[in-house]
Design a protein around this ligand. Sequence first.
Ligand SMILES: Cc1cc2nc3c(=O)[nH]c(=O)nc-3n(C[C@H](O)[C@H](O)[C@H](O)COP(=O)(O)OP(=O)(O)OC[C@H]3O[C@@H](n4cnc5c(N)ncnc54)[C@H](O)[C@@H]3O)c2cc1C
Length: 399
Amino acid sequence: MRRTQVLVAGGGPVGATAAYRLAQAGIDVLLVEVLPFCPEDMRASTMHPPTLDMMAELGLLEELESQGLRAPSYHYRNRRSGDIIEFDLTELSDISKHPYRLQCEQFKLSRLLTTKLEALKPGSVNFQHRVLAYDQDADGVTVYVETPMAIETIRADFLIAADGSNSTIRKWTRTEFEGFTYPERFLTLSTRYPVEQHFDRLASVNYVADATEWYVLLKVPEFWRILVPTDINTTDDELLSESYKDAVFKRLLGDDRPIETSHRTLYRVHQRVVKEFCHGRVLLAGDAAHLNNPLGGFGMNSGIHDVWNLTTKLKDIYLNGANWQAETERYGRQRRTIAQSFVQAQTIENKQTLEAARSAERSPQELKMQEIAETPALRRQYLMRQSMYESLQQEAGIN
Ligand SMILES: Cc1cc2nc3c(=O)[nH]c(=O)nc-3n(C[C@H](O)[C@H](O)[C@H](O)COP(=O)(O)OP(=O)(O)OC[C@H]3O[C@@H](n4cnc5c(N)ncnc54)[C@H](O)[C@@H]3O)c2cc1C
């Protein structure tokens, strides 16, 4: 039977960050990922300032910056009036070494981490390895893993479940995944077309409010990405068709030239948090533990913050002899509270703000946003919240 101190299931940004940080601390870690490589999917593309602080501590920020672009400010816009409310993260320069969002797709982070993990000892990555099930006893976890050739049994002190939204491990824990699923799906399109030519003062991150069709328009180095909600009665085939894509761009750009897309993806969107993050020696993190809409860019970031918290505690357990039960349970309490009171609350509110613009007149939400932007103390509080520094301060206060 193979043996490791920590087995991490899932080579997405959350599992890969956990494995890399543990290996850097000299803890024996094995990362298993069902796919043959980290796929180029168009999901998270924003890293918030505290996540950048963490990447700097891992020694990875320079390489990530070379693959991304800095977005120091972002816009809230009213689609009908064109009014812009601007927020500037450089106002946090006094507390942040990285007062900007880094626009860099999540697969670049996963690939960088898994490649570098291979070079660290102890630490290894096994692709094409799927966690099927586990048993646990007082001393450890026995994990059954399907490889291309066999079913392997691996024994570990701890199993970190970072196996994403459909987490097999979460299902085995039988914990409730409380929350709801939105009826509409979200469509994301990416294009190399210079969309900025059609707008006045477009930022790299734009949240555009409209009751009929709000949208998010984001720049990553190679593409513009647009995210729109879709009609619940339209079929998947129609939503992914050329004609639907052309109609979205016609409404966006105001002319009907055909725009080529490089990716088109439909997503079902959930707001859910597991009842318990911590099941003995099995610890849930990232999308395996909580799901939220992408408005604000909190999903991947909060997952990375989960494993930052968890790996700090595991380092304390291995290197300083801290009590594992007390530490892991505290991880669960801290991160579950943040998932509920911060990530869920804020992303639901962000969606409501975008949906509220019924006309060119300012909605109550837009008026509130304007007041925040014009009042220094409120603006500071808002930037602290949206950049996620506030959630980490809250976490530190939870016992
Ligand atoms: C349209 C969209 C836009 C988004 N934008 C943002 C954004 O800007 N900012 C942000 O912070 N978040 C964003 N998110 C959310 C973000 O993509 C997720 O929160 C993030 O991917 C979670 O990372 P993870 O590592 O927990 O899970 P995943 O990235 O899903 O990784 C899980 C990994 O586990 C593997 N796996 C699954 N089952 C097994 C198994 N049994 N054994 C072994 N491996 C397994 C999978 O193959 C996968 O590689 C967005 C999401 C969507 C849908």
